[in-house]
Design a protein around this ligand. Sequence first.
Ligand code: 5AD
Ligand code: SF4
Length: 459
Amino acid sequence: MNRPLLPNKHLPAARRAGAPTTFQVKSFGCQMNVYDGERMAEMLTAQGMNAAEENAQADLVVLNTCHIREKAVDRVYSDIGRMRYEDGTRPMIAVAGCVAQAEGGEISRRAPTVDIVVGPQAYHHLPELIGKAVRGEAALDTDMPAASKFGALPARPRQARPTAFLTIQEGCDKFCTYCVVPYTRGAEISRPCSAILDEAKALIDGGVSEVTLLGQNVNAWTGEDERGRHMGFDDLIRALADLPDLSRIRYMTSHPNDMTDGLIRAHAEVPKLMPFLHLPVQAGSDRILKAMNRNHTVESYLTIIDKMRAVRPDIAVSGDFIVGFPGESESDFEATMTLLDQVRYSMAYSFKYSPRPGTPAADMSDQISPDVMDERLQRLQARINAHQVEFNSATVGKRVPILLERVGRYPGQLIGKTPWLQSVHVTAPHAALGDVIDVDIVSAGPNSLAGEIAGRKAA
Ligand code: 5AD
Ligand code: SF4
C-alpha cells in the first residue's frame, strides 16, 4: 500500500517555492562585513522585499561570511546544515562574503542546499542572482569588476541608529604571511572622496551623527579633491569634519606603515576626530614580525604610539594579536607580553593562529601545538583584561561627553559611548538617541561604565 509522504527530518528540506518576499542577512566577522550586510539589506528592501522579523522564518537567508580563521568557516557550514524550518521547508540560501570569494563553486558541492554564491565585490548583483535561483539556474558571482559596486547600490536610507559604518577603502596589498584578506578582498582600492562625502551626507540626513570610516587598511586611503589635488586620509577626515551636523568621526583598521604624521596631527587638530586608535601589531617579537612579513618592528610601532600620545595624551589605543604563529618561542611570546605592558591597550582582540589555505605561513614548519596556543592565549587575554579594567577605572570620577546610541534594558536607560569608545549606561529619560550629553562616571567594569547625568548629584 502506498503511504503519503510525511515531512521527515532525514529527507532533504525542500526550498520554499516562488520568489522570496522576506529576507534575513546574518553577518559574521569584521565591521566591513557588517557594513556590507547593511547595504545588502538596504538593497533588498529597495527591491520591495521585507526584512523578516526576528526569529521569523525568512524566505531568503544571506550568510555574509568570514574566512579569516578556520572556526569562522566551519560555522558557516554548520549554519547551512541546520537551516530547516519545522514544516520541512528551508529558505533560499545565499552565501556572501569572504568564504564565497575564497571557495566559490566548491561551496555548493560541499553544501548542495546553497542556492546563491556571491563575493564581496559582486553583491550588487544579488537581485539578478535571486532571479536565477528562482528559475533553478546556477547563481554564482565572485567577480571583482573594475567598476565599483558602490555606484550600483541605492543611496543610504534613514538609519535606525545615530552611528553608522562607512567603507572608504577595501582590499590589502600588504600580504602578511598568515592572512587571507589579500586573496578574498583583492588589491587596495580607495573610494573617491566625492562618493564618500555624498554617502556621509545621506547618512547625516538619515539621522546619523557619528561615522566610523572602514577599510582593511583604512589609513592607506588616497584620493583627489574636486580640483584634482592629491588627498591623504587626514585630508579626507578634515573634509568630513566640515560637515555641520556630524559630531564624531572614527576609523578602523589602520596599518602601522600607513600612519602618517598628517594623520597624527589631525588627532591634535580636528576636535570631531575621536581619541581612539585601533592599530594592530600582532606580535611583540621582531623575529616573528619578520616571519609575518609585517614590514615594521616593535620599535617603529612604539614610535608611532609615542608620537600619537605626544599630541593626544589621552588617546585610547587598541590592537589585534595572534598567538602561536609558526616558530613562536616562549621568549617571543614573552616579548608580546612586554609590549602589552608598554602600550597598555584600552582594549584588544586576540586570536590563536589559524593556518589558512594558500597563505605562506600555512606551509611553515614549526607549527605550534594547540595546548601551547591555548595556554598563551589565556595569559595574553588575562593581561589585556587587566589593562582594560585599569583603563576603564581611570575614567571613574570624570565628567565625559557621551553620544547616546541605543536604549538600555531598563525604563529610561540609554547606552552611549565615550570619546574613547567605552560603553556607558545612564538613566536619562529626557534625552534622545543621537544626543551628546555630559555624564559623571560613577563605576566601571571590564566592558562598560555606569554614569549619571552631569550635575545631578548635588555637590
Ligand atoms: N589566524 C589567526 N588570526 C588571524 N588574523 C588574521 N589572520 C589570522 C590567522 N590566520 C587576525 C589578525 C587580524 C585580525 C582581523 O584577525 O589579528 O588583525
Ligand atoms: Fe573576515 Fe577579513 Fe573578510 Fe572581514 S575581511 S570578512 S575579517 S576575512
